[in-house]
Write a protein that binds this ligand. Structure first.
Ligand SMILES: [Ca+2]
Length: 162
């Protein structure tokens, strides 16, 4: 005895199999996409010290009067420490010469600190930069202005007291 399958039944079975497969794909896809939302948002600097445009900044740090005034920046999200702790650049306004300093990154506070080895110079306006080398954990580089094309560093100025 030969067994035959009605063509219509076959078509229905195929459709059902396709639908089941599609459903399985959707079921499999949904939780996966929820788990792995890619972080494409660039980090930015949310706060700096000395404050932007500050005048009369002490050449020594109030926290530790024997030390040069620290330059500090806070990030909007967790950063790759190795990139964050190299991200501050300090210049005298109008100069391209990097000021010496050592840097450290506090991951819990999302805070990078730059310690100048000497007191800052009296009466000098400094330009501080958090460069676009700083990356978040997903590898997105700092972009201080998302409304402008390309990556913008955080740049600010402050002036040391006479
Ligand atoms: Ca930008």
């Amino acid at each position: 005895m030969t067994k035959t399958t009605h063509p219509k039944t076959t078509a229905t079975m195929v459709l059902a199999a396709l639908a089941a497969g599609l459903l399985a794909m959707i079921v499999a896809y949904t939780p996966a996409s929820a788990r792995t939302v890619a972080d494409a948002k660039p980090p930015r600097v949310t706060e700096v010290r000395p404050a932007e445009g500050a005048m009369g900044v002490s050449p020594l740090d109030r926290c530790c009067p024997s030390e040069g005034h620290r330059v500090v920046a806070f990030f909007s999200e967790d950063m790759r420490p190795a990139s964050a702790m190299l991200s501050i650049e300090l210049y005298k306004k109008g100069s391209d010469t990097l000021e010496d300093g050592t840097m450290g990154y506090n991951a819990a506070q999302r805070k990078v600190t730059f310690w100048p080895p000497n007191p800052l110079e009296r009466g000098v306006t400094y330009k501080a930069v958090v460069s676009t080398r700083a990356k978040d954990l997903a590898g997105n580089r700092l972009d201080q202005n998302r409304d402008r094309a390309g990556l913008q560093p955080k740049v600010w100025y402050f002036t040391v007291e006479e």
